[in-house]
Write a protein that binds this ligand. Structure first.
Ligand SMILES: [Zn+2]
Length: 362
């Protein structure tokens, strides 16, 4: 336990911690209930919306002040939106759109100390249920991760809206789901911390396992439903996996190599155009290679990825015939990521490059 006082003693107690939104609501037409839900939290709502979603779907809250998200979540953009929300006297924040618009709304909620309702219009990543606010600079590089004091008050997903979003975005959501079971178990085995500075509870492992089982069973059918733009049971299951199970799976389960690799991949200029979930799908293959999974197991995961249209090689992400220098650019920031401690064998620059090369060669 050591002699470093309360903090170390606290961590040494190995507390298991799980965090979640107070309520999660999902289904076709769910957004019709938004005014009633918002009315339980405040009287002067501000809607912070992605312009693409707003123009396609309209404002789901007739009496709200509407602020259009400008496209990149920077400190300056959060400050601009927070000023406007304050000027409108807002006492409850609603965030509508993809990950960056939602995180901007979280930033405004944090600055105003107001409750927040999150309305994802795509199921492309694991951001909506979490406390994390990922802030970028003008060059689209991550500069900081802020945290809400608590998870969002309500997360409301209208699957009729999600079904109208492009197929590539749902595929990316499936990609973000793929890693969670491998990362949560790796974090738990290593005795690592989740995003609440606690140990991984059994509940989070079960959620991460259910996330993976569901996308393997229903992922392909859900993408077909997305092509038809009509939600069905498979799409409902996969959207719940991509938003709820994946979100709780990472925040309470903990992360490992697959998400650490997104730091290295985004540091390479040729890979900057890929979606987060596409990078995570590829990162999953690298993690299981690093962890020593046999060839058949890895081939099975890669075949599923390919069937979803997700990348399985660096060439699929825009980097053909990677050189030693390319591998070095990717491996450096990956090794520096804090979740890299959550592995069954210690990682090094060489072990990361070897895993990358194993995926390229398979
Ligand atoms: Zn993710």
């Amino acid at each position: 336990m050591g002699t470093h006082g309360v903090e170390e003693g606290h961590a040494g107690m190995a507390l298991r911690i799980l965090g979640a939104p107070r309520r999660y609501i999902q289904g076709p037409g769910a957004v019709a209930g938004l005014p009633e839900i918002v009315a339980t939290l405040g009287t002067r709502p501000v809607l912070i919306a992605d312009p693409v979603a707003l123009d396609r779907e309209g404002a789901p809250l007739p009496d709200a002040t509407v602020l259009r998200f400008a496209g990149e979540i920077t400190k300056a953009e959060i400050a601009r939106l927070a000023e406007a929300a304050k000027a409108a006297g807002a006492d409850v924040v609603v965030g509508m759109g993809g990950g960056k618009a939602i995180d901007s709304a979280k930033g405004v909620s944090r600055r105003l100390g107001a409750p927040i309702v999150v309305v994802p219009t795509v199921a492309s990543n694991d951001a909506p249920t979490s406390r994390l606010i990922v802030v970028y600079d003008e060059h689209h590089t991550i500069v900081e991760v802020e945290m809400l004091a608590s998870n969002p008050d309500v997360v409301l997903v209208d699957t009729a809206i999600v079904a109208r979003a492009p197929r590539r975005l749902l595929a990316a959501g499936i990609g973000d789901c793929m890693s969670k079971t491998f990362e949560a178990h790796a974090c738990a085995k290593a005795g690592g911390h989740n995003f609440f500075q606690g140990r991984t509870p059994l509940a989070a492992l079960a959620l991460a396992d259910a996330c993976y089982a569901t996308i393997r069973r229903d992922g392909i059918a859900a993408l077909a439903a997305c092509d038809r733009q009509v939600p069905d049971e498979a799409l409902e299951n996969v959207v719940e996996s991509a938003v709820l199970l994946s979100g709780l799976g990472f925040e309470s389960g903990g992360l490992s190599l697959a998400h650490s690799l997104t730091r290295g991949l985004t540091a390479h200029p040729k890979l900057a155009g890929a979606l987060h979930g596409e990078l995570v799908a590829y990162g999953t293959l690298v993690q299981v290679a690093h962890e020593g999974m046999d060839e058949a197991g890895r081939a099975d995961i890669a075949a599923f990825s390919r069937a979803c249209g997700l990348p399985t090689r660096l060439a699929d992400l825009g980097l053909a015939a990677p050189s030693d220098e390319d591998y070095a650019i990717i491996a450096g920031p990956t090794l520096a990521a804090p979740h890299m401690k959550h592995l069954s064998r210690p990682a090094s620059l060489d072990s990361i490059v070897a895993a990358l090369k194993a995926v390229e060669a398979s």
